[in-house]
Write a protein that binds this ligand. Structure first.
Ligand SMILES: *Cc1c(COP(=O)(O)O)cnc(C)c1O
Length: 390
């Protein structure tokens, strides 16, 4: 504990929670709390042509398709930048100029995909549902039947705006039945919610280094069906986001076209080893589900309501409704939690006043229980009546 903290008038009743490096715990959707070992592997300098780095990068790219059981048909195309760079690369490389994309929207990331297509001059139509409502399969079917020009469908697996789990498997079956192609933004779900390419048909899925695989931010990637990627030559609207060209260069030379985020990739390699050691998607998904259950049950005991019913809630990030009690001031709540070592996330909803708490990253059951205890303390301090004793 720092002396500054001890001297503060707002000294918490207990020592603040900390990650192993003394930073607050991030209960956010990413960047998130990473393990010490993931951070430690970055204490090196390598050139982009260094054999050690190239071997690490190759292992990362070759290993990723296993997460979706796509070893036979899928290749990894990495993309420097945050997750949105990978989504934009996927949409602009896979949707040709003459094509039309149906975008399923129930939050900010669906809207972002529509904006990407608009900027790229790609025809796009939207099927939008409320942020707490999954896409309507019957309506999608009607749209596909009525508009033969639609070639692609875009869906977000876990819409991080609300934390809703969208029915990707059912959407994929529908899209396949209608002979169209599916593109998935699985960013916040990848590695925690199952997506099995042997059973779910899609051309590409985008994700990033800093969500459920628990690496540091800076690398997006697209897992692409090799046969579909081959057809994308010449589609790209920008030089840097051209997945076809990126893939060609890396497969031929082992090297990126432009400076790779070396430290990020080395940390991602370590994070992937820790992911497999935890049992892959099943093991990681189970820990996050435990985290989410402890959080939701604990917050419910304190009187907080979730936006989503349990059946629609992904164990990634949970949206809570802002309490009606006028003594509850969100900024004060946020700051008091931060003082005690927990960073939460503001809401992004249009349907209701809310805030969000993430369950992903190097967070465990004890962290979530301790967090709920601290929320009770902060409510008490704010004079907000607790529903029942925690
Ligand atoms: C995090 C996230 C992204 C990418 O966001 P960046 O800030 O660019 O990393 C895209 N889609 C979803 C669903 C996400 O959760």
């Amino acid at each position: 504990m720092s002396s500054a903290r001890t001297a503060s008038a707002k000294t918490p009743a207990r020592a603040p929670a900390q990650s192993v490096t003394g930073d607050p715990l991030l209960l956010t959707p990413g960047p998130l709390t990473t393990s010490k070992s993931v951070k430690e592997v970055m204490v090196h300098d390598w050139g982009s042509r260094d054999a050690t780095f190239i071997a690490i990068n190759t292992a990362v790219l070759e290993g990723l398709p296993k997460i979706i059981h796509g070893e036979a048909d899928f290749v990894t195309v990495p993309m420097q930048g945050s997750g949105t760079f990978a989504v934009e690369a996927m949409l602009t490389s896979f949707v040709p100029r003459s094509a039309k994309c149906l975008v399923l929207v129930n939050g900010a990331y669906g809207l972002r995909a529509k904006k990407i297509l608009d900027i790229a001059g790609r025809a796009a139509v939207v099927h939008e549902t409320a942020e707490d409502t999954p896409p309507d399969l019957a309506e999608i079917e009607q749209i596909l039947e009525a508009d033969a020009a639609i070639t692609h469908v875009f869906v977000v697996h876990c819409e991080t705006t609300s934390g809703i789990r969208n029915p990707v498997e059912a959407v994929a079956a529908l899209v396949k039945r209608h002979g169209r192609r599916l593109l998935i933004d699985a960013m916040s779900a990848f590695g925690a919610l199952p997506l099995d390419a042997r059973e779910v048909t899609f051309d590409a899925v985008a994700a990033s280094s800093n969500k459920c695989i628990q690496g540091v931010p800076g690398l997006g990637f697209v897992l692409a069906r090799a046969s579909a990627l081959e057809e994308t030559k010449g589609n790209a609207t920008t030089l840097v986001l051209d997945l076809h060209d990126q893939h060609q260069a890396i497969s031929k030379t082992g090297q990126y076209r432009f400076t790779p985020p070396i430290h990020v990739i080395v940390a991602f390699h370590q994070a992937l080893q820790e992911f497999w050691a935890e049992g892959g998607v099943a093991g990681r998904g189970e820990r996050y589900a435990d985290n989410a259950r402890i959080l939701i049950d604990g917050m419910a005991r304190l009187g907080f309501e979730t936006l989503l019913p349990a059946a629609r809630q992904a164990p990634i990030i949970v949206t809570f409704r802002m309490p009606a009690d006028e003594r509850f001031a969100f900024q004060r709540f946020y700051d008091a939690l931060k003082d005690r070592g927990y960073v939460i996330y503001p809401g992004k909803l249009t349907v209701a006043e809310s805030f969000r708490i993430g369950c992903i990253g190097d967070l465990h059951a004890a962290d979530m229980s301790a967090f709920v205890g601290v929320v009770a303390e902060v409510l008490d301090e704010m004079g907000v009546g607790l529903k029942t004793a925690a």
